[in-house]
Design a protein around this ligand. Sequence first.
Ligand SMILES: NC(=O)c1ccc[n+]([C@@H]2O[C@H](COP(=O)([O-])OP(=O)(O)OC[C@H]3O[C@@H](n4cnc5c(N)ncnc54)[C@H](OP(=O)(O)O)[C@@H]3O)[C@@H](O)[C@H]2O)c1
Length: 267
Amino acid sequence: MKLLGRTVLVTGASSGIGEAVARAAHARGATVLLVARGETKLKALSEELGIRAHYYTCDVGSESAVSELAAAVQADGHSVDVLVNSAGSGRWVSIEDAPPSELVDMAKVPYLAALLTTRAFVPGMLSRRAGWIVTVNSGVSRAVWPGAVGYASARWALRGLDLALKSDLRGSGVGATEVVLGTVSSSYFANNPGSEDKLPKIARIVPTVSPSQVAEGICRAVERRRGTLIMPWQMKFVSTSSQHFPRMNHFMLWLTGARRKGALLKR
Ligand SMILES: NC(=O)c1ccc[n+]([C@@H]2O[C@H](COP(=O)([O-])OP(=O)(O)OC[C@H]3O[C@@H](n4cnc5c(N)ncnc54)[C@H](OP(=O)(O)O)[C@@H]3O)[C@@H](O)[C@H]2O)c1
């Protein structure tokens, strides 16, 4: 789907991957609707981009806030052609170290947020028989590592959402892309302190990519209607090895990751 003249709504547009996608889509001639909670950065980005950029503050983890967002977007006369679900957060912590309320928040954003925003904007796409839904996901949705239970399980839910959408929307004119990423040089690790230390040593051999590289990849994937985008290309080995050699993959990530002190090599 060409982005020129389309309307692209991006969640998490005030920072990192979402911000870069908004910039890249805008540069391709799309109208961009920028969504996040904090107003300052959204307003600054919207003013910088100028025409064809509008912003909406919204906690996309809240059902009522997403309904209000959809109503506001409609009242402003926008029809969303492409939805990019990039809002996400969550510290990498062992299950017993995460307060229950934090685990709930990690499930809300990104997973419930992507489900709710898709529910809000897919009816318009279906009625026009055209649209695209992008889910920004992590390599942890292919290969898990220790010390990140809330984070990892929410990304597996995102993977399920993308697969379920592909099945449900088949033949409807609305497609979906899942974006599976290694480390990206955004503010994610600064915004979620303590997480980067938990990245298994073996995973550090995958090069870091920039938000703008990811954004270019996402725009190209939407334009070419590709169902999956894995970045950088070295992540494909992680994905393939987890599929064909799951036990070895799991063991190596555990062995070189933030495993529990005194944990036995035997299961
Ligand atoms: N960076 C990486 O290395 C990496 C790698 C793989 C996957 N990912 C995934 O990519 C996604 C985006 O990460 P990023 O690197 O772009 O992170 P980031 O730079 O921290 O940006 C997160 C964005 O999400 C927004 N957000 C957070 N909670 C929200 C909520 N409840 N409602 C609305 N917006 C919300 C933030 O704005 P407000 O705080 O103002 O709401 C911000 O715009 C995450 O799910 C992350 O797991 C990142």
